[in-house]
Design a protein around this ligand. Structure first.
Ligand SMILES: Cc1cc2nc3c(=O)[nH]c(=O)nc-3n(C[C@H](O)[C@H](O)[C@H](O)COP(=O)(O)OP(=O)(O)OC[C@H]3O[C@@H](n4cnc5c(N)ncnc54)[C@H](O)[C@@H]3O)c2cc1C
Length: 447
């Protein structure tokens, strides 16, 4: 199974005899949200020969917070993870969009209050990843998650299986090996090596000229309210929401976006660079929404991280024989609408379901792609048009200096239609979600 020269011991048992029932061996490139959920979904569907290969030494827990929409929470609940996730998260009960002058544009209940059977969760990425990684180790064994090993190349073998080249670095020591699994899942994020192997020449993710700053602040609960804020104008935006209660304090996630200045051009290639809050704080002075002061939130942060706002062009094809893509590797989208991680979780369950129901793995991967690619492509394109946040741009366009009654600017029906259209694009309407998971594999279904 493994070919190393010389033999390198960084994979479990050298990959020679992966434990399991003799079913497919699936290698997952990348141990982020998509990759770890894929391993858990495969296990729930009856597959136990799964190897997640993660390039970071520790399962990666960088980043700030994110919101998981009910379709993802439903799938994580089906995997038995909801209590553990909720222990380190807050339910998102309301979302409010504001004009930068302070006027409320639109508010909508979220999660249970909006009629879903599952909540929407505001959660720190580190907590989500820890819960997923811990469950992978418990259920599939510690050897199922291999860290500090990078996928460097992928090529098809004559029998249709992929050969996956791996590299392990430990200081100056470097080891190389290859695996020849039955199926390869590229869950290695927006700069995916698996995607690059399937789409040579695609290049770097395109940048739209905006910068994003993200961070986490700890503050007294009374300073931040209990709702999620998305505010701004046609140029710059701010997102602020509490994601964890800690005594009388809350841990608050925030993300800001605005066009890069000429001096920022140098950041273009940089992905996750720490910067002082003072770099951008002045752009948000005076931003206050129903008593929540954005500058106060920013000043309470230890560090901020800066990213270029990038996504990926939708692909015509994810699956090539026995190799496919999932999560950001398949459909990285701009971070509006809370759909990136949400859709990655749904992908993972859909993929495991398809592999359980089809005898031929290549047919399974094609079926998975038929199920998931249309909706995620539509979301990628919708997010380029600002997704549901377009209400902020509309309000600014029609009332640049603010308003006394938003409904004189944007009729209530128009606001509701924008939110409903976006929810339908992501198959996130309560009626669709509440039918339950379509991805639970019936007992004895494995081919
Ligand atoms: C500002 C911002 C806010 C966001 N907010 C939300 C939100 O509220 N809700 C939401 O649903 N989504 C949100 N997202 C999107 C979400 O973060 C991503 O969609 C999600 O993390 C994708 O998960 P992934 O596992 O596909 O990719 P990643 O999280 O990028 O994980 C990929 C993993 O693969 C590893 N890797 C990379 N290359 C290799 C290799 N060659 N070999 C082995 N391993 C490799 C990486 O180390 C990493 O661990 C947001 C994104 C941003 C930037």
């Amino acid at each position: 199974m493994i070919h190393g020269s010389p033999y390198e011991p960084f994979l479990p048992d050298g990959g020679r005899d992966l434990p399991g029932s003799g079913l497919l061996h699936v290698v997952v490139a990348g141990g982020g949200i998509a990759g770890l959920t894929t391993a858990l979904a495969l296990h729930a569907a009856g597959f136990d020969r799964v190897t997640v290969v993660e390039s970071s030494r520790e399962s990666r827990s960088v980043g700030a917070g994110l919101n998981l929409l009910p379709p993802a929470v439903r799938e994580l609940d089906a995997l038995g993870l909801l209590p553990r996730l909720e222990a380190g998260a807050l339910r998102t009960r309301e979302l409010r969009y504001y004009h930068r002058s302070g006027g409320l544009i639109f508010r909508e209940p979220r999660g249970l209050g909006a009629g879903y059977r599952w909540p929407q969760l505001s959660i720190h990425r580190a907590h989500l990843q820890e819960v997923l990684a811990e469950a992978v180790r418990e259920r599939l064994g510690a050897a199922a998650l291999v860290t500090g090993v990078r996928v460097t190349r992928v090529e098809p073998l004559p029998d249709g299986r992929p050969r996956v080249q791996l590299e392990h670095r430990d200081g100056a020591r470097r080891g190389r090996a290859s695996l020849e699994p039955d199926v390869l899942v590229g869950a290695d994020g927006i700069r995916s090596a698996v995607r690059a192997a399937l789409n040579p020449g695609e290049g770097s993710p395109p940048w739209n000229g905006q910068l994003v700053w993200r961070g986490v602040s700890r503050m007294p609960a009374r300073a931040v309210g209990s709702f999620m804020i998305i505010a701004g104008d046609d140029r710059q935006k701010a997102v602020v929401y509490p994601m964890l209660r800690s005594g009388n304090d809350v841990v608050v996630n925030w993300a800001l976006a605005r066009p890069a200045d000429a001096r920022d051009e140098e950041c273009r290639g940089d992905w996750n660079r720490p910067v002082p809050v003072e770099t951008f704080l002045h752009h948000y002075e005076g931003w206050e929404f129903d008593g929540v002061s954005v500058p106060e939130v920013l000043r309470a942060a230890d560090t901020a991280h800066e990213y270029p706002m990038v996504d990926r062009e939708p692909l015509d094809r994810w699956s090539h024989g026995r190799t496919t893509l999932i999560g950001d590797a398949a459909h990285a989208m701009y971070p509006v609408g809370s759909n990136g991680a949400t859709q990655s979780v749904v992908d993972a369950r859909a993929l495991a379901h398809a592999l359980a129901l089809h005898r031929d793995p290549a047919e399974a991967l094609a079926a998975y792609e038929r199920d998931r690619r249309p909706a995620t492509t539509a979301l990628q394109l919708a997010n380029r048009r600002l997704g549901p946040e377009v209400v902020i741009d509309l309000a600014h366009e029609r009332a640049p200096h603010g308003f006394t009654d938003i409904h004189e600017v944007i009729p209530a029906a128009e606001l509701a239609a924008i939110a409903a259209r976006y929810a339908a694009t992501g198959a996130c309407e309560p009626t669709a979600v509440n039918q339950g998971s379509p991805y639970t594999v019936p007992l004895g279904a494995l081919p």
